[in-house]
Ligand binder design. Structure first.
Ligand code: NAD
Length: 362
């Protein structure tokens, strides 16, 4: 049986990475019928929207997508395609495993952390009031009348909603993930000492959910302290569950622990569909140069294969990635000790090497 999977080609370095990851998935022997669709600034130039309805419909239908990075233009009327996709499809959990691979240059070894980030609420909900607009002035007056603190009249405002339902779902997902993957500990990360009604609620709900999972250790850590602890003693942590904004920031910190954005994969999971994508963005300056590291999107494909229940294919592909990185020969410039090393290969060549290994009896 062939799987129907949506391939969102993205923009910037996206299309090259999409082709690289597609080749590697096919090399595992899993049969896929790809529906190649567009999102981002290239399609926006043609169709006037960075997220065509056809792209959303394809993911709804197939329930599975591999997504290459997409640029979010700064200062235009368009919100992020990535945020919009997560909200439209209800992809409430963003899962980002951060694992050390031998051969990747990093100050740390043996890192094995999983970030579970809430994906739809918090300051990313897109409820914003622009400085100077009439409705912003009304809101400032309303808050003052309700007995809230005074807000300076020339302020812009972003709203941070965190709900019981949203938090229950994400914390339950983190515990279920921990159980399924034989993880020992879940840590909730927050700033409940300052934001009592949002982060405080997140913490209270997390503590309640944790009571149902007596087989898994639970603790909570304030986000600033967590940043320091992850840098000083990352081995203390296992699965981290966080509201949206902290999850975004800590994901990049953890990507840094394992050698950078080039090797950090991710999954966005909803009740109906799942979209797999790298943590990194579209790196527009490298567009079309066949230069950047394909590992993060290929490792995102490994997460997708696991999600599909194709465990042997996932194992083969991850082992192939690990072997190519460990050998350190047919790898991109960023994986070489000297970034100007002339023996570095391009995106396509590194992916081909991974595909050859994934295809062989490994
Ligand atoms: P970025 O991740 O695109 O690039 C930052 C730097 O990281 C690059 O200049 C490059 O040096 C390095 N890098 C990133 N990916 C790499 C790879 N595969 N191999 C080697 N080096 C790599 O971050 P940015 O410059 O802040 O963002 C560019 C655009 O991407 C923005 O529009 C941003 O909104 C968007 N973005 C999209 C996603 C997504 O699609 N999920 C995620 C993050 C950022």
């Amino acid at each position: 049986m062939a799987y129907n999977i949506t391939l969102i080609k993205g923009d910037g370095i996206g299309p090259e990475l999409a082709q690289a990851a597609k080749m590697c998935v096919e090399a595992t022997g899993v049969k896929v019928v790809w529906d190649e669709v567009e999102a981002g600034i290239d399609v926006m130039a043609k169709e006037g929207t960075p997220l065509p309805e056809r792209t959303i419909e394809s993911v709804r239908k197939n329930k599975l997508a591999l997504k290459a990075p997409v640029t979010t233009p700064v200062g235009t009327g368009f919100r992020s395609v990535n945020v919009a996709l997560r909200q439209v499809l209800g992809l409430y959990a963003c899962v980002r495993p951060c694992k050390s691979y031998e051969g990747v240059r990093s100050k740390y070894r043996n890192i094995d952390l999983v970030i579970v980030r809430e994906n739809t609420e918090d300051l990313y909900a897109g409820i914003e009031f622009k400085q100077g607009e009439e409705k912003t002035k009304k809101l400032i007056d309303e808050i003052s009348a309700l007995g809230g603190k005074k807000i300076l009249p020339d302020s812009g405002i972003s709203i941070k909603p965190i709900s019981i339902q949203g938090t229950e779902k994400i914390v339950t997902y983190a515990f279920e993930y921990a159980r399924k993957h034989k993880r020992k500990k879940v840590s909730a990360v927050h700033k409940a000492n300052i934001m009592k009604f949002t982060d405080g609620l997140f913490l209270e709900v997390a503590r309640n959910v944790a009571k149902k999972y007596t087989d898994i250790e639970f603790n909570d850590v304030i986000v600033d302290n967590m940043c320091m602890q992850l840098v000083q003693k990352p081995e203390l942590y296992d699965v981290l569950v966080l509201p949206n904004l902290y999850g975004d920031i800590i994901s990049d910190l953890c990507a840094g622990l394992v050698g950078g954005l080039g090797v950090a994969p991710g999954a966005n999971i909803g009740a109906d569909s799942a979209v797999f994508e790298a943590t990194h963005g579209s790196a527009p300056k490298y567009k079309g140069l066949n230069k950047v590291n394909p590992t993060a999107l290929i490792l995102s494909s490994v997460l997708m294969l696991e999600h599909m229940g194709e465990l042997e294919a996932a194992r083969k592909l991850e082992a192939a990635v690990a072997a190519v990185i460990k050998e350190g020969k047919r790898v991109t410039y960023d994986m070489k000790p000297d970034r100007n090393d002339p023996t570095a290969v391009g995106t396509r060549e590194m992916a081909e090497e991974i595909a050859i290994k994934a295809n062989s009896k490994f």
